[in-house]
Design a protein around this ligand. Sequence first.
Ligand SMILES: N[C@@H](CCC(=O)N[C@@H](CS)C(=O)NCC(=O)O)C(=O)O
Length: 203
Amino acid sequence: MKLYYSHNLNPRVAVAVAKHLDSPVDYVRASPRHPDNIEAFRAINPNALVPVLVEADRTLWEVDAIACRLSALAGSDFWRTDDQLPEMIMWISWSAYHLTRAGGTLYFYKLIWPRFSDETPDQAMLDEALADFRTYAAVLDQHLEGRKWLLGDRISYADFRVATPLPFAEGAGLPLAEFPQVQRWHEQLWALDAWREPFAGLA
Ligand SMILES: N[C@@H](CCC(=O)N[C@@H](CS)C(=O)NCC(=O)O)C(=O)O
């Protein structure tokens, strides 16, 4: 079983999940968008993006699907299958459409864009993303009040998924210090080797 990854936002989460679950995957570092690779890579992901999980009889792209599969293979409830499943999906979806969309925009334009463009990103777009991030971080902060993890006492994939942009907070300018519960929860995640250093020992 091979997990294709890069060091960017979403593949970072997939590698962290595999490390957290001690999944028996071979890690393959990939550059799917490199002109030399893009056409060949489409054979395993038509979107030419990572992460991708390749098994003998199936291939999955999208980090959420990969987390679901790795959790099932590990016999773990990291991906909940009980009555907490709807809440977990709620947070995963909310992350994709709200918090991580805002944080991901700041991550991309502040950390990735300058690597390949001299153009200054549109300030109004960055301001809007930052305002959105603050709006959604406030929602998260309120939910985390009195809860250790998003679903209560035990960590779940929702914690990893909602925290997708947080490891890049400093470079992306995400104002975590304004949200004490988010900051506390981020520090709890940071205490996990799999989350803090998912690429340790890999290429
Ligand atoms: N919706 C996809 C997003 C995948 C995606 O956007 N991957 C980006 C990194 S965040 C990618 O492959 N970029 C090229 C690269 O990292 O080389 C998921 O959740 O897995």
